[in-house]
Design a protein around this ligand. Structure first.
Ligand SMILES: C[S@@+](CC[C@H](N)C(=O)[O-])C[C@H]1O[C@@H](n2cnc3c(N)ncnc32)[C@H](O)[C@@H]1O
Length: 397
């Protein structure tokens, strides 16, 4: 209920924007027409400024289909930098204060782009490496195979406090391990590659798998995702699939037509918030450990066992109550005591773990009536569910 209500509020707030449509034209001009602080996420795949001098031939005398398009040509580095500064300034203006931006590039442009972003005040959260599983070889054998591109994921400024990062969802799609910043993804080939009369529609169509990770990690259903260099509409296709709103900007009418057709063909399933979660830990209301005591989910005197997430199986309790891991006792005022340490679950967790800080919710476990060990975070989740149920029944009465 809570999730549905906040999604409805979001949709109302953005109804002025040209949602789920492609604006054909220059991205700087088109973005200048959009209101300040109106989009949640930007994915930008700008021209690389490859500066190819000559045609590139394979040893078998076939011509390499390189990026030699007019849209990638600039007279000088200075011209490229001026263009980059202008479109990035527009992105910074239209991003919400909670928004983030991804920019992808190769060694030809990403260092210039990154430097300009830093000068404009963007703050880099990560540089993610898109490791190409099937890169084009270096046909002349004069350099290493160029097998990756770099994505800069940035917030608007150093001081920006809030932004969306769906940590748990990223961990989930990475086999329950924290997602790293090197993403191994195949280039866009096969059926996914858009073709007209057997020819590629676009020389640099990005793989949907890349956009899936970008959009899933840093936006929520109902958010507005903008792509100023839309090309074949990869961002729009994935945003639609994931129930995000999208806005594409692209100059070339052939690409615009191909993108429209492609996105129209995407089948969107019904929006079910169990399937497309609306929340992440950061956006959920804070729950104090005391609330679990006050509401009877845990009692004073309960023993808490300190362990790392996923290691609870290593906890064993002997007949005399001693255990293989440190034990704390919950006190009536919601502090805990473990040997000489006392204080909040976080403070005592950091002392016991010998770390400068600790999220106590992830480290303390209790023995349930079933004899198994459970994380106190499960109790917090149960308390949140209880709150939601109460809110729902109040709304009905
Ligand atoms: C690297 S490609 C993007 C490919 C896209 N990510 C995809 O998956 O198909 C860059 C695109 O930006 C477009 N473009 C270049 N300069 C532009 C500008 N000033 N305004 C709008 N589009 C522009 C080009 O036509 C090209 O399609």
């Amino acid at each position: 209920m809570v999730a549905r209500a906040s999604a409805a509020a979001k949709i109302k707030e953005i109804e002025e924007l040209p949602l789920n449509s492609i604006l054909q034209g220059d991205c700087i001009e088109m973005m200048s027409r959009l209101p300040d602080k109106s989009v949640d996420l930007i994915f930008a795949d700008p021209p690389y400024n490859l500066q190819l001098q000559n045609e590139l031939w394979r040893p078998n005398m076939t011509l390499v289909d390189a990026v030699d398009d007019d849209w990638d040509k600039f007279d000088s580095f200075e011209a490229y930098d001026t263009f980059t500064r202008r479109w990035l300034a527009e992105c910074q203006r239209i991003l919400k204060d909670t928004g983030t931006i991804w920019v992808i590039g190769s060694y030809h442009n990403i260092y210039r782009v990154g430097s300009i972003m830093m000068d404009l005040g963007f703050w880099i959260l990560n540089d993610v490496v898109f490791v190409k599983l099937n890169p084009m070889p270096n046909f002349r054998g004069v350099r290493f195979t160029n097998a990756h591109e770099t994505l800069l994921w940035c917030k608007k400024s150093k001081n920006q406090k809030k932004y969306t990062f769906n940590y748990q969802q990223m961990k989930q799609i990475n086999d329950e391990k924290q997602m790293r910043s090197d993403w191994e993804i195949a280039l866009c080939t096969g059926n996914e590659r858009l073709k007209i009369n057997g020819e590629k529609v676009h020389s640099t169509q990005k793989p949907e798998a890349l956009l899936y990770r970008v959009i899933l990690s840093s936006s929520l259903p109902g958010d507005v995702v903008l792509d100023p260099f839309f090309g074949t509409g990869t961002t729009g296709a994935v945003a639609k699939k994931l129930h995000r709103n999208w806005i594409g900007i692209e100059r070339n009418p052939v690409y615009v037509g191909a993108a429209r057709e492609r996105i129209e063909a995407v089948r969107q399933t019904h929006l079910d918030f169990e399937v497309f979660p609306m929340h992440n830990k950061r956006t959920q209301p804070r729950i104090a450990f005391a609330a679990l005591l006050e509401n009877g989910l845990i009692n004073p005197g309960t023993r808490l066992y300190y362990a790392r997430p996923g290691r609870q199986k290593t906890i064993s309790v002997a007949g005399d109550g001693s255990s293989t891991v440190p034990i704390a006792t919950v006190r009536a005022d919601s502090s805990i005591k473990c040997g000489e340490f006392e204080g909040s679950i976080h403070l005592v967790g950091s002392k016991v773990g010998g770390a400068p800080s600790c999220n106590g919710w992830d480290h303390w476990w209790f023995q349930g009536e079933d004899g198994d060990f459970h994380s106190i975070d499960e109790l917090r989740a149960a308390f949140r569910d209880l709150q939601k149920e109460n809110a729902a029944s109040e709304a009905q009465s």
